[in-house]
Design a protein around this ligand. Structure first.
Ligand SMILES: NC(=O)c1ccc[n+]([C@@H]2O[C@H](COP(=O)([O-])OP(=O)(O)OC[C@H]3O[C@@H](n4cnc5c(N)ncnc54)[C@H](OP(=O)(O)O)[C@@H]3O)[C@@H](O)[C@H]2O)c1
Length: 287
């Protein structure tokens, strides 16, 4: 049962919020936590209408006063993203908060990855969020109030092998938001980037392989990842506390690796090569 503490409730209650990737995984947990914070309007977006309907019903049972809307959107399709921004504005007048959560991972070595996969992952994980920010932030600036909350990843801080497309898209989010945050510093609009470690969701199942087909496997790292409800609660609590750029649910080894990248990059590189060689040997043995 989602529970919203007083500080978090004060931050989100009464707001109009657009949430992408709301049909499952971390997004559905975020939706339920937002509902339990008594937000005014919650726009849930994703491609799967039935799954969105189910999440909307659960949210409504948590907050009868929240106005809940569903707008289906394919984040891979620029026109669909444009319409999402337009319809969200038409519904709310002003969208107080944009949560860019919808995303897809990748699972393939560079030599096996078609450029179209890089482009698709970049469009879904980065360009769609940038387009939504461009549609909604000007209004927030006019109102001198608003938030963009972008779900990045530890892999936006650490490029691991066999995830070139995914790492590129999440590094793009980090850089974009760092620049945007500085530009928005005196505008009343705050920019937040959450970088979680592994979360127990369907991310690895839907991850794209080198030819664009879904990976279709629940990876051990994902299966043993953090509870999405806990990650959703920590994300919203951190935003309410004013944290701008934060890592959460990261394993000890991921945290060490992030520091190694800053302090001893050549040591990290050696560890990443070792990881790649080990995965290659396992793959060759299984083939
Ligand atoms: N799981 C992890 O280990 C982990 C770790 C760090 C960061 N993250 C990030 O957390 C966010 C949520 O992922 P998750 O773990 O909850 O994975 P998930 O269970 O696979 O959920 C992904 C969500 O994104 C939506 N989505 C994917 N492709 C889309 C598209 N083309 N158009 C519209 N929506 C699309 C999906 O909705 P539809 O299928 O309905 O379109 C779904 O709601 C992502 O940004 C991911 O990168 C996850």
């Amino acid at each position: 049962m989602p529970h919203c503490n007083e500080k978090t409730k004060a931050c989100f209650a009464g707001k109009s919020i657009l949430l992408t990737g709301a049909s499952g995984g971390l997004g559905s947990s975020l939706a339920k936590h937002l509902a339990s914070c008594q937000v005014d309007t919650l726009i849930l977006s994703g491609r799967k209408k039935e799954a969105l309907d189910k999440v909307a019903k659960e949210c409504q049972s948590l907050s009868a006063t929240t106005s809940i809307h569903i707008i289906t959107c394919d984040l891979a399709d620029k026109e669909s993203v444009r319409k999402l921004g337009e319809e969200a504005l038409a519904l709310c007048g002003t969208v107080d908060m944009l949560i860019n959560n919808g995303g897809v991972s990748s699972r393939s070595d560079f030599l096996d990855t078609q450029l179209e996969v890089d482009e698709r992952v970049m469009q879904i994980n980065f360009f769609s969020g940038a387009a939504l920010a461009k549609a909604l932030v000007p209004n927030m600036v006019e109102n001198r109030s608003g938030k963009v909350i972008w779900i990045s990843s530890v892999q936006g801080l650490l490029g691991i092998p066999s995830r070139t497309s995914y790492a590129a898209s999440k590094f793009a989010v980090q850089g974009y938001c760092e620049g945007l945050r500085a530009e928005m510093a005196s505008s009343g609009v705050t920019i937040h980037v959450a970088s979680p470690g592994y979360i127990r969701t369907g991310l690895s199942l839907a991850a794209l392989t080198g030819d664009g087909k879904p990976h279709g496997q629940m990876d051990d790292t994902t299966a043993s990842g953090a509870d999405p409800n806990e990650v959703a609660a920590t994300t919203l609590d951190s935003v309410a506390k004013g944290k701008a750029d934060f890592v959460l649910a990261a394993s000890f080894s991921s945290q060490v690796a992030i520091w190694l990248r800053l302090l001893f990059p050549s040591l990290l590189q050696k560890l990443l090569v070792k990881r790649f060689d080990k995965a290659k040997a396992v793959k060759e043995k299984n083939d």
